[in-house]
Design a protein. Structure first.
Lengths: 502, 502
């Protein structure tokens, strides 16, 4: 429904690809090899890819490495103890004075298989989105694949799609003898969804290998209008797990129900104290120090298409947070989001108890000017101001008895700060022009709402970062039933070809 | 630790049993048959007993029926469509002018077996409470069983213990030829933990069979001091399940994190609006109409032992709700308790999403003067006052889009009102005197904190109800690892013998 208007806008990109020779070559190659491209992609998606699951994650690295070796890329694994390997690749172009680094990651978000309509690592194609009634279908034996079909699997979008797109773009470039103008480097991470806990260490260790003029971050979705977007920053992220303690064990709610403190209610009250009804964070100083947008950045935000009404329809929302501000404005602010909550049992297993504990897990998105540490400090100060004693492990009986309110706060060692590259840099302008020649009018954004560990590239390698995403926005990324719309894969191949040949 | 002081108080009861001939006969019989009593009890506990699980629940009924037939009780099953049978039994005493009805229930609370230290329907004996480090032990082949040992199984306390106590008491009465003075009736329900949805129908259908001068409700725990308590009422109960809706499906928390409303945060805010930090319910009119306690009732509350400090130690609590009021006072007020809460995932399966829904399940305890309907109406009015549209099923997209806040409210068809019998009735005085002669000084309470469906006995059969519980208070009733302290079974046998012979 909402998608009809959106798809028409997408045609602009399809038409304009002809203006860029590499993108044009990519389209011809793709049209002749659709089934083989999907088959290779599905093989990659079939390998379970949680960062914490060894040896599966190493198997992913090996397959990705082989994919790029096959395309003439010299590869190696960059290793530090305790981390999945980074797959590094290189194409040296004689006479080139510029080096482009392409970043993607091959690990995926944690999941609960029970929530998936089909097993997360057994890719299937559906003839439309699952929530629009999509059925599993077989690819046609000949002719074009319907580009509105979707591939369902963990990391179909986030973030194996760019790997498939880059590999196919290289095939097209080789087949059509499109000349490269830059040195090309690839860096494919294996624990981005775990918060990139070792990336800084790897960047430092392999600093000499990793010099470049720009990092192109191939991650995240295109604009909700289905237009290509180029994004110059990302919010930082950090996570907090909160556990509030009630009685030492569950109690009968009748016999103790308004005497023993209820940790679920305590947690509800604590969370409620953090935001007002309009979604504004009410933690003291939470918004202090935000680095303001430049004039160019403000203009880009103002020019971005307004898709809020369409999105509200698509998501069946009767309102949004933020006091009437558009989504594209709001992502320039820090956020605090309850990503999960649990206490005792609900549904058929519920019973009349006062729970013993209640847990919530929160993610905080950061913008330039607010560091992980300052955000965590502000949240902790707020929790203390609500009367809590904060510990970092399950409290013993003495601790529980010594304080009226006790909470365990576990912070995320892998959190990282926000980053933002100026849109006015020559390399920024070149990327924009190239993308436009391949994909038509571009949505330019100072930051994406999501997070990729860009800040450390700036801090350690002093290279600017620019995000060149390809996935559809409605991809269920980070949730169950993740998927990639096939047109987005096709468009992504053309974008990658244009950028590789830039 | 806290239990040491408590156990000493319990000795008062043990000593005084000698004053009541039936209780004294029960003690002698029990001392000679401890292993057989426990063995028969464990057989009963080994039958899974969720009200909704047919045919297991009928198997319980059949075994209970056989237990009492064996003791000379004439039994039959009282049936209405769709309900577990009520086991009814009768002993006619020639010349008796009084009829005593003994109530218990053979079904147990729903559970999640994963939470149990040992399977819920495979009874084991432990040499102390599990949370005090109790190990599974075998009964000694001869000599007395340590009365501080505990039997672990679903319904060990709630509410199969009184069935075992009554059956054993009958054995002792028969063996010692203790004369009965009253007609005796038994009524054992099979869906009390499901809210007794068919009990009223059964009472109406079998009204002619069920006449009596008093119902003795054998359910619930004794006082936390381990002294026998006799309770003259019970709070009513009703349950509400709340589901708050966010986006139609989970969203990436970075891309949509402070734009799409978060249902977990909405639910937290809604719950937080229902109670203040001290546990007082802030729903408008929630406390209106409470029937005040009589002078006798106030005196009984004032005389009840204060075990709050001991309980706080036992439960590792640093504070209690209720502005300094004692537990025994607070249960004379209605309560609102969050019994479970869930949204998306926590722990290792958590991911950075805006959840799509958030659910809480609440139980409300009622006192005389506040009906189920008025409590539910007040809660719903409060939810509407927070800006919610209330439905009773999952809303469609149009409904979600038409309202800024949408909630599903499922109320409990089996909820029931509170009940309270006057302590000044002659039958009340007789029960108190009899219990005292068997068990020493009695704790007298106008109401228990928990709920049993007493009001319908009053409304349909016009019989007063008095609760004569036997389980230990620290029995994990309604939670995992439910247990019965063996001394409580021994004491319960003596109490039941005294009441049967009253």
């Amino acid at each position: 429904m909402a998608r009809i208007g959106i798809v028409l806008l997408g045609l602009a990109g399809i038409v304009s690809a002809q203006q860029n020779p590499a993108a044009s070559a990519a389209r011809q190659w793709r049209q002749a090899h659709e089934r083989a491209i999907v088959a290779e992609f599905e093989e990659l998606l079939a390998i379970p890819n949680l960062a914490r699951d060894q040896p599966d994650i190493r198997k992913n690295a090996a397959v990705v490495q082989a994919m790029f070796e096959k395309r003439g890329v010299k590869t190696r694994l960059l290793e530090v103890p305790g981390a999945p390997p980074v797959v590094f690749g290189q194409i040296e172009t004689p006479g080139a004075t510029r080096t482009l680094m392409f970043y993607a990651h091959y690990d995926g978000q944690p999941l609960d298989p029970k929530e998936w309509a089909s097993p997360p690592w057994q890719p299937v194609v559906r003839n439309r989105a699952l929530d629009a009634g999509g059925d599993v279908v077989a690819l046609p034996s000949s002719g074009a694949i319907d580009p509105e079909w979707r591939i369902y699997a963990r990391s179909a979008s986030d973030d194996k799609a760019p790997l498939a797109a880059m590999a196919t773009a290289l095939d097209a470039i080789h087949a059509a003898h499109v000349p490269l103008r830059s040195n090309i480097k690839f860096i494919f991470e294996g624990e981005e969804e775990a918060g990139s806990p070792h990336l800084a260490e790897i960047l430092r260790k392999y600093q000499d290998l990793l010099g470049s003029d720009v990092w192109l971050i191939c991650d995240g979705p295109v604009h909700q209008s289905r237009r290509q977007q180029i994004v110059f920053g990302a919010r930082g992220v950090t996570e907090i797990a909160l556990t509030v303690y009630g009685p030492a064990h569950e109690l009968h709610s009748g016999h103790y129900g308004n005497w023993a403190p209820n940790p679920a209610m305590m947690l509800a009250r604590l969370l409620a104290s953090m935001k007002d009804d309009d979604g504004r964070i009410t933690i003291e100083h939470f918004y202090d120090g935000i680095e303001p947008l430049s004039e160019t950045e403000k203009r880009a935000v103002a020019e971005a298409p307004d898709v809020d009404r369409d999105l509200m329809r698509e998501l069946a929302l009767g309102r949004t947070e933020g006091g009437g501000k558009k989504l594209v404005e709001l992502i320039n602010l820090p956020s605090l989001n309850v990503r999960g909550m649990a206490s005792a049992r609900v549904g058929a297993q519920a019973s009349n108890v006062v729970p013993s504990t209640a847990t919530a897990t929160i993610d905080i998105r950061l913008v330039k000017g607010i560091s992980v540490q300052s955000a965590l400090d502000r949240v902790k100060a707020h929790i203390r101001a609500q009367g809590y004693y904060i510990g970092d492990k399950d409290p013993d009986a003495a601790t529980r008895m010594a304080h009226p309110k006790v909470i365990k706060v576990i912070t995320d060692p892998g959190g990282y700060n926000a980053s933002r590259t100026s849109m006015d840099l020559p390399i920024s302008q070149l990327v924009l022009k190239t993308a436009e020649s391949a994909r038509g009018p571009i949505v330019k954004l100072p930051t994406m709402g999501g997070s990729v560990p860009l800040y450390m590239i700036d801090e350690i390698l002093h290279a600017p970062t620019i995000s060149t995403p390809i996935a559809n926005h409605d991809n269920n990324q980070h949730s169950y039933n993740e998927n990639l719309r096939i047109q987005n894969l096709w468009d992504g191949i053309e974008l990658m070809a244009a950028l590789l040949a830039m």
